[in-house]
Design a protein around this ligand. Sequence first.
Ligand code: ATP
Length: 233
Amino acid sequence: MLNVNDIHSYYGKAHILGGLSFEVKRGEVLALLGRNGAGKSTAMKSVMQLVRPREGSVSFQGQELVGKPAFRVAKTGIGYVPEDRRIFSDLTVLENLEVGRQPPRDGAPAWTVEQLFDIFPNLAERRTNRGKQLSGGEQQMLTIGRTLMGNPLLLLLDEPSEGIAPVIVEEMAETILKLKSEGLTVMISEQNLHFARAVADRAIIIEGGEKKFDGSFAELEAHPEIRDAYLSV
Ligand SMILES: Nc1ncnc2c1ncn2[C@@H]1O[C@H](COP(=O)(O)OP(=O)(O)OP(=O)(O)O)[C@@H](O)[C@H]1O
């Protein structure tokens, strides 16, 4: 579905991704793992063209994304939830969701607000509360809900378990599994191996902007030296 092929991305002169390649297959949850600063967020931004790879290709359903403006990438059906949760703090939960509304898309689940409230019951209870009245975990759920209102085919979640209470982390894992069961394809970036293992079908590990591992969690467990070398666990 998404093919990232040999991309090189930079911030100014700093060469961050040094020929990164990976694939996201339709219907799977893929975890992009790696330590702080490994390049996970940059890889997601390079898919969205918020950072434009200077070399290489990013193709989504056969369509080349490199060079497109980010809003056009979003229109191809990729929903992106960045690490910093940006909600509209003076708008209500319902209004925040409406901001994300896009027409239904072939092949993607078409979300209604009520269906999202089934998935995020906390938000249902707080539908008329303003964004700033929500907890960090609720804000995180709201950014995901708002992105789903765009009816994406592929959802990119940058560190969904970061900075939220342990009980909410569990809810987040259940949410991602529900989204998968609705037919969504998901890529998450994570430092939390436990969380990634609970939700993802496959893992990619990056370090220094290069891929060091691509395989199942069973394979990863069979090679603790890989985990020890590239993950902080
Ligand atoms: N806007 C920027 N300008 C310059 N360097 C940056 C910028 N953003 C990130 N970097 C650098 O790029 C490298 C990769 O960062 P990136 O955020 O992609 O890592 P990450 O794996 O997502 O880690 P984190 O968990 O910290 O987000 C790091 O060395 C970081 O310092």
